[in-house]
Design a protein around this ligand. Structure first.
Ligand code: SF4
Ligand code: SF4
Length: 439
């Protein structure tokens, strides 16, 4: 149907439809160029190609149909949101627009220039009223993970309601107790939106739905990355699927990802690969890739490499752990189970954060990766500073690593490609040297 058919709805939620249509046109054009031109894509990508065409149309209509029944609609920029609670209340929890350079100039009328592009882009979408997800949200979920976000919520709150959860930066018992309280308060806030109590059973059902979604993503992760000679899907497509997991209805999405995984299993059995067997296999580490931030994946996969995994919040960090609700029989036990799952997230906002380095070392080994790219958004101090510890650990383990800092502008695309090219050449050179020495 497309966005045009939903114009009255978009107008009713305050979207600037003309500007929105222009942005959508650019986004869809970029998607067609970067994704649909790839050869030998799995048939299961057809669903995701359809979804992108309805991303700000049919899906927005679905979310607003839920709101009409007083179900909550919660927009977020972080994976600390207990989406199981929103899902249990029958609502929708989704990532908001924040990956485009097109809204940054507007954001800079209210925010400083030298903060991360994700925060500025997201803020600009609200000022421009060009993200239908933001416009559909009963409230925006905020958290205290980094300084720019923490203060940014106070300014964003002047334009749209924001509920902030205080995420601690250490994981001692007293910090975890605070976290559990914050989850309970989040649930109470959801009850304020719906105007009715949320039962334990409903929340447990929300956990089951989101656990199933994460299990499907874990399956996709293993299929794309664990078979050294066969890449049944490109890293770019796999990234896009993960990005859509933050927007789509979780039950439908889980089913579509599992159907695609069935096809990927067949492809592996038939040795159908989208890249030649000796293509250098890279893992990307770092900050999240909000769509349409596809710059790095595109650079790698058009330069002779493949990305087999993202150690990122739009990636492994998001789906690696499920919530264990075995034996959970009261609300406090459920909040504890949620807190335990969420506190396993190894965001760089924590100190210490050694678990992240151990996880990266395991991921490289398990997936037989040839190297890593440590990717950070400009002015993201947490990930930028932590890169020293991660890159030192890579060096010690003999894992080739490249650090890239970038924003959302297209200007450094050529420079990134040149650096990736040199990195891939050095990997190929050391592979040949090892083969020569018989290692
Ligand atoms: S990197 Fe940290 S703050 Fe950013 S989305 Fe992930 S968990 Fe949230
Ligand atoms: S990318 Fe870094 S600076 Fe930007 S919002 Fe996330 S943690 Fe904060």
């Amino acid at each position: 149907m497309g966005v045009e058919a939903h114009k009255p709805l978009l107008e009713s939620i305050g979207v600037d439809v003309e500007r929105h249509a222009k942005m959508m046109g650019m986004g869809l054009g970029a998607y067609q160029n970067l994704f649909m031109s790839q050869e030998n894509r799995p048939k299961g990508m057809a669903y995701f190609d359809w979804f992108v065409s309805e991303i700000q149309g049919e899906r927005i209509a679905e979310i607003n149909a839920l709101r009409a029944q007083k179900k909550p609609a919660v927009g977020t920029f972080c994976i600390f949101v207990p989406e199981e609670i929103v899902t249990g209340a029958g609502g929708a929890c989704y990532g908001l627009c924040g990956g485009s350079a097109a809204t940054i100039a507007d954001a800079e009328t209210e925010l400083p220039r030298n903060i991360c592009p994700l925060i500025k882009s997201a803020h600009g979408f609200k000022l421009q009223r060009t993200c239908a997800y933001t416009q559909s949200s009963d409230f925006i979920y905020g958290e205290t993970t980094c300084e720019a976000k923490k203060k940014g919520w106070e300014i964003l709150n002047k334009h749209h309601p924001v509920h902030v959860m205080n995420i601690p930066h250490m994981k001692r018992d007293k910090d975890l107790a605070l976290w559990q309280e914050e989850i309970k308060e989040f649930k109470e806030h959801i009850e304020e939106v719906t105007g009715e109590p949320l039962s334990l059973d409903a929340m447990k059902e929300g956990v089951r739905i989101i656990n199933a979604k994460r299990a499907a993503l874990q399956r996709l992760d293993a299929l794309r990355g664990m078979h050294p000679d066969i890449m049944p899907i490109s890293g770019k497509d796999a990234l896009f699927i993960t990005q859509m997991g933050f927007l789509d209805d979780p039950k439908r999405y889980t089913q579509k990802v599992n159907t695609l995984c069935d096809e990927l299993e067949e492809r592996i059995a038939q040795k159908t690969s989208v890249f030649p067997a000796n293509t250098p296999r890279l893992i990307v580490l770092g900050t999240p890739f909000a769509p349409p931030n596809w710059k790095l994946h595109h650079a790698v996969e058009t330069t002779g490499g493949v990305i087999i995994n993202e150690e990122s919040c739009i990636g492994h960090r998001y789906f690696k752990d499920n919530v264990d609700i075995d034996g959970v029989e009261n609300e406090e036990a459920l909040y504890k189970a949620l807190m335990e799952r969420y506190s396993k997230i190894d965001c760089a906002c924590f100190t210490p954060n050694e678990g992240r380095i151990e996880k990266i070392l395991n991921m490289v080994k398990e997936r037989q990766a040839d190297g890593v790219i440590y990717y950070t958004l400009s002015f993201c101090h947490t990930y930028n500073v932590e890169s020293k510890l991660v890159l030192d650990a890579m060096e010690e383990a003999g894992i080739p690593a490249l650090a890239i800092e970038s924003d959302y502008s297209p200007e450094d695309a050529g420079q990134i490609k040149t650096r990736v090219e040199a990195f891939l050449e050095s990997i190929a050179f050391s592979q040949k040297a090892r083969a020569f020495k018989g290692l």
